[in-house]
Unconditional design. Structure first.
Length: 184
């Protein structure tokens, strides 16, 4: 078992192999990659939407079949997401004969190396596997033939811990009992 520590300022070392020139002309003595930062931040900033202010990444009705994801921050698996302007997502029309329930998700994709807000047709549960991790921001209820979405068609799921949740720190205390258990 090896010990690791970080993050420390890298220093130039003339004795190290330069990976570009393949010569011993010097290189930095330390290097860190994004996975190390995500593992570190994931230890004390848990997945979810930041709770202050409370309207971060809230989904509201736009015009027609559009919804808007408001500005805000979130964390997924140690990686951050920041939306600095309202983002419009188009919801596909419900051409079926029954109600359809779409989901607005923040989607972390290891393959794409990004987190983006997406609207998924007829998807209720977030995907969570080695490549994709979703935070469900809202459910949109669409009646057959709906031509516009109102706020009454949108159910906010940001505070539901099982599908999204709020960002918490290392010491998450919900009850006094939890606090005492951590002391023991």
């Amino acid at each position: 078992m090896a010990e690791t520590s970080g993050f420390f300022q890298a220093q130039w070392d003339e004795s190290l192999l330069n990976p570009i020139t393949q010569e011993y002309s010097g290189w930095w003595d330390r290097s860190y990659d994004s996975e190390e930062f995500r593992k570190y931040f994931g230890q004390f900033i848990k997945n979810g939407v930041f709770g202050t202010p409370t309207n971060q990444l809230k989904v509201i009705a736009g015009t027609g079949l559009n919804v808007i994801v408001s500005e805000g921050w979130a964390m997924i698996n140690g990686a951050y997401y920041h939306n600095d302007a309202p983002k419009t997502l188009t919801v596909r029309a419900n051409t079926g004969s029954g109600y359809r329930y779409d989901s607005v998700m923040l989607r972390y994709s290891e393959e794409d190396r990004q987190i983006t807000a997406v609207c998924l047709d007829n998807v209720s549960n977030p995907t969570r596997n080695d490549n994709i991790y979703d935070l469900k921001l809202a459910t949109i209820t669409l009646a057959p033939g709906t031509s516009s979405i109102s706020d009454s068609n949108i159910t906010d799921t940001r505070t539901k811990k099982t599908v999204c949740g709020m960002v918490t720190g290392v010491l998450e205390v919900e009850t006094t009992e939890d606090l005492f258990l951590q002391f023991e």
